[in-house]
Design a protein around this ligand. Structure first.
Ligand SMILES: [Fe+2]
Length: 217
């Protein structure tokens, strides 16, 4: 399912919502050059690839907010392309990736093989979608290597499972830390401009202004 696209100048963002956990996969495209990137190749990644093919865009990179299976479900499709599409992840989630994205010890549930990333994210690292600049923010807490992706010019933040609408990510999982999660939220998210739109890994979109009120109570 595709829901309403967002635009800033030539930068377009298409959210794809799919899967039993209702994951958000985000397709970002600079329509002037046709260069695009996908954030979290989850259950909606096939639909995003179809959109890229239909528009004759070029998928440059795949960025992972973190390595839980539901966010990397179809990452293998990027690796099967010719040439393979580079995958970006913070090394703090490498143990989680090798453990096939399983979030809990002894969990017999879903797991998935995610290809080895070739781009190692660091805090403050600059990334590009065509001529638009994004910054990787290392935001541990939900997972050790969790990252958000921030586009200052558009005022967009892709928050993975760190921040949700009036909520936040679980911290009862492998590599989680409640203390780190709230530090990440307060230091990396709530310091952004009020009007910043937050696009989380699941559920509804929100804004820094709205969440600042939520976290102040
Ligand atoms: Fe997660």
């Amino acid at each position: 399912m595709i829901i309403q696209p967002y635009s800033y100048e030539n930068l377009k963002m298409f959210p794809f919502v799919a899967g039993f956990l209702e994951n958000n996969t985000y397709l970002l495209a600079d329509v002037s050059s046709g260069e695009c990137v996908v954030i979290d190749p989850s259950y909606g990644f096939r639909d995003a690839l179809k959109k890229i093919e239909d528009e004759k865009w070029m998928l440059k990179e795949v960025w992972l907010t973190h390595a839980h299976f539901d966010h990397t479900m179809l990452a293998y499709l990027a690796n099967e392309m010719d040439p393979p599409v580079p995958i970006a992840m913070h090394p703090g989630d490498e143990a989680l990736r090798v453990a096939r994205g399983v979030a809990k010890n002894g969990n017999p549930g879903t797991h998935v093989d995610c290809p080895e990333p070739s781009i190692h994210l660091t805090d403050g690292m600059t990334l590009h979608v065509g001529s638009y600049q994004f910054i990787a923010l290392h935001t541990p807490g939900h997972s050790a290597g969790g990252c958000c992706f921030y586009c200052r010019s558009a005022g967009w933040l892709f928050s993975g499972d760190l921040v949700f609408y009036e909520s936040y990510g679980r911290t009862d999982l492998i590599g989680s830390s409640t203390e780190a999660l709230f530090r990440s939220i307060h230091e990396k998210v709530l310091t952004l401009p009020d009007e910043t739109i937050i696009f989380p890994g699941h559920n509804d979109f929100t804004s820094v202004e709205h969440e600042r009120l939520f976290y102040s109570v």
